[in-house]
Design a binder for this molecule. Structure first.
Ligand code: GTP
Ligand code: SPV
Ligand code: MN
Length: 607
């Protein structure tokens, strides 16, 4: 039995509520040692992980890791939100009664960390001093060292963040379990990822990957956060957050927005800067995956990124698509690559879309650790990296991170955008002025699912506000909460729906995307300012071709532009029927949302 008190004393962890919590779970899990960690322990823990072979060197100051091959993405069907009130049950949150789930998880976790160290990770999902600080603190307990290293990059970690907060912290317990005997994806699946939202307790069992295991990020930063936001008047969304500085006028705009997992948030927030379009605009990075939004005392809508790092999709990240991301993961950054291909002889990493595939196969191993040179038959063409392979790096490493990214007051939000992988129907951008229509648009976001979740790639589905996998309470109440928060904002941001993924008959993308995505965003800010008027359609205002900055766009993109700046009315009328069915699933959807739906439907009928 571990000497919990001694370990906590040694780390200066004085908060008595935290101490009781750690003692309790050390008892349940049977961990043999306790260690409290802070960001200052990173170098030592990295060395321990290298010595243990859990990490491999990827050049100077960069690291490589593999997860168990059946543990490579979030498992949505195993993810549950539990509370004591059945009214919290929604369509997407897999609601279960809190008592039932706690009992189950205690059962699974009992004795499951025997012989292991339990790391205590006190963290803050906010810049220190944030008006939302009381909802941002947590203590993750984990029996996995790699999770600690990832958390140190993704959150602000140290006892100093929680010592003064009393009982106001999220209890987040992560037990890896015996990954080789969990029946992943079978009827006998033993994994459970549970957020007991009304007790602010997170219990995750059976994975050491990404959002399943870094509990500050997804489970707290999104699921628990959105539940707390609902009860306390703020919004928590799977949104990126960026700033656009117009150097000519000196004006600065902030845009946040939701795209489903692995659909372009990291890329949009990072790649546009600097000087993506000549040198008039400078684009600053605030966040790539989560935004917390609130109305300040001055009646403005504010936003902040609760994270301290980026857990970005590796695939297709290269000098051309995202030079900023490439710069943020160079040697010396402390970046960790997970499930990409690796060459132990040269310490290089590679993934699909990184650049030319190495022709000299000597030493190269795929994400599972199998030698590429030994591949036979069909295996030869299999990807080297897992499609959900990722890099982890801190915000400080991002070259265009905004100067004020750590300022607690957050930034004023001017625009809210929604988008996703939609191969037809959705134009490049359509602006929406009305709040209810904007919220309606978010609720009816429909796109292709990606490899960020097990077994769903390519499936078309609605993903409200990109929160489907992170929804913690009922969708009707969620919509009402959005309307309530926005009703308090005296200056309303403009909404827009964007799509970088429309395809031609031959399957090619009609829009070059990536750094070119600044063009429609600049148009949106000009539209908000009344500098361009666009063209009114039944589903929003789309740019007139010559209102967009076109200089420097390639021939193909110019030729395809008219297609992605048109509304296919027949296709949209059909979509309205699907939306009707989609929205009817939600209980308690506000009448304002139904009215918005009927307005759009009627405008399409008249078109
Ligand atoms: P999560 O971290 O899972 O929430 O994902 P994300 O939304 O941050 O996704 P990310 O930006 O990492 O992009 C995922 C994939 O989409 C990558 O393979 C990108 O290369 C690709 N992608 C991003 N932006 C564009 C774009 O504008 N056009 C095209 N064609 N692909 C893009
Ligand atoms: C997502 O899947 O939306 C992510 C990655 O941002 S994970 O942290 O694994 O959830
Ligand atoms: Mn995400």
């Amino acid at each position: 039995m571990a000497d919990v008190a001694a370990a906590l004393d040694k780390a200066g962890l004085t908060n008595t509520h935290v101490r009781e919590y750690v003692e309790h779970w050390a008892g349940v899990t049977g961990a043999s040692q306790i260690e409290v960690v802070s960001a200052a322990d990173d170098a030592r823990l990295i060395q321990e992980a290298l010595d243990a072979g859990e990490l491999l060197p990827a050049g100077e100051g960069r690291y490589y890791s593999r997860s168990y091959f059946k543990d490579t993405a979030r498992a949505e069907e195993r993810t549950i939100v539990a509370t004591h009130d059945e009214a919290d049950k929604g369509v997407y949150n897999n609601w279960r009664p809190a008592t039932e789930m706690k009992e189950k998880l205690v059962g699974l976790m009992t004795g499951a960390s025997e012989g292991k160290t339990m790391y205590v990770i006190p963290y803050l999902m906010a810049p220190k001093g944030s008006p939302l600080e009381e909802y941002a603190a947590g203590v993750e307990l984990t029996d996995n060292r790699n999770v600690v290293l990832q958390m140190i990059r993704m959150a602000r970690v140290g006892a100093e963040y929680i010592n003064d907060l009393g009982d106001s912290f999220v209890r987040a317990v992560h037990v890896t379990g015996d990954l080789e005997n969990l029946g992943q994806g079978t009827p006998d699946d033993k994994r459970y990822f549970v957020t007991v939202a009304d007790e602010r307790t997170i219990l995750h069992f059976g994975s050491s990957y990404g959002g399943n295991a870094l509990l500050g990020k997804i489970a707290h930063g999104l699921r628990q956060g959105s539940y707390d936001g609902w009860k306390n008047g703020f919004l928590v969304e799977q949104f990126m957050l960026l700033g656009i500085v117009d150097k000519e006028t000196g004006k600065k705009y902030h845009i946040c927005g939701g795209f489903p997992s692995a659909s372009g948030k990291t890329n949009l927030a990072m790649t546009l800067a600097p000087d993506a379009l000549g040198d008039r605009y400078y684009v600053e990075f605030y966040g790539d995956d989560i935004a917390w939004l609130w109305v300040g005392d001055d009646g403005k809508l504010y936003g902040m990124n609760p994270e301290n790092g980026v857990f970005g999709v590796a695939k297709d990240t290269n000098e051309k698509t995202n030079p900023t991301a490439v710069d943020s993961i160079v040697e010396g950054t402390g970046a960790i690559f997970t499930n990409v291909a690796y060459n132990p002889k040269t310490q290089e990493v590679w993934w699909e879309g990184k650049g030319d595939k190495p022709t000299d196969l000597d030493g190269w191993e795929d994400w599972k650790g199998d030698l590429i040179a030994d591949r036979q038959g069909e295996e030869v063409d299999a990807p080297w990296a897992h499609p959900n392979s990722r890099f982890t790096t801190t915000l400080e490493n991002v070259p265009n991170v905004a100067k004020d990214f750590e300022e607690p007051q957050g930034v004023e939000i001017h625009g809210v955008i929604f988008g996703g992988r939609t191969r037809d129907r959705e134009p490049l951008i359509r602006a929406i002025d009305d709040v209810a229509e904007g919220v309606y648009d978010g609720l009816t976001l429909g796109a292709e699912a990606t490899a960020a979740a097990d077994g769903l790639e390519g499936v078309l589905r609605y993903d409200p506000m990109s929160m489907r996998p992170f929804m913690s309470y009922s969708e009707g109440a969620y919509a009402a909460h959005w309307l309530e928060v926005f009703s308090r904002a005296q200056k309303k941001p403009v909404f827009a729906h964007v799509n970088w993924f429309q395809r031609g008959d031959d399957g090619r993308f009609l829009w070059p995307g990536y750094r070119e995505n600044l063009r429609p965003l600049v148009w949106l800010m000009q539209y908000m300012n009344g500098e361009v008027e666009g063209e009114r359609t039944p589903v929003g205002v789309i740019p007139k071709r010559d209102e967009l900055l076109l200089e420097g766009l390639d021939e193909q993109a110019l030729a395809d532009l008219d297609t992605i700046l048109t509304i296919d009315v027949d296709r949209w009328r059909e979509e309205i029927g699907h939306r009707q069915v989609h929205l009817e699933q939600f209980h308690g959807l506000p009448e304002e949302i139904w009215e918005a739906h009927r307005r759009v439907a009627a405008a399409l009928d008249d078109a």
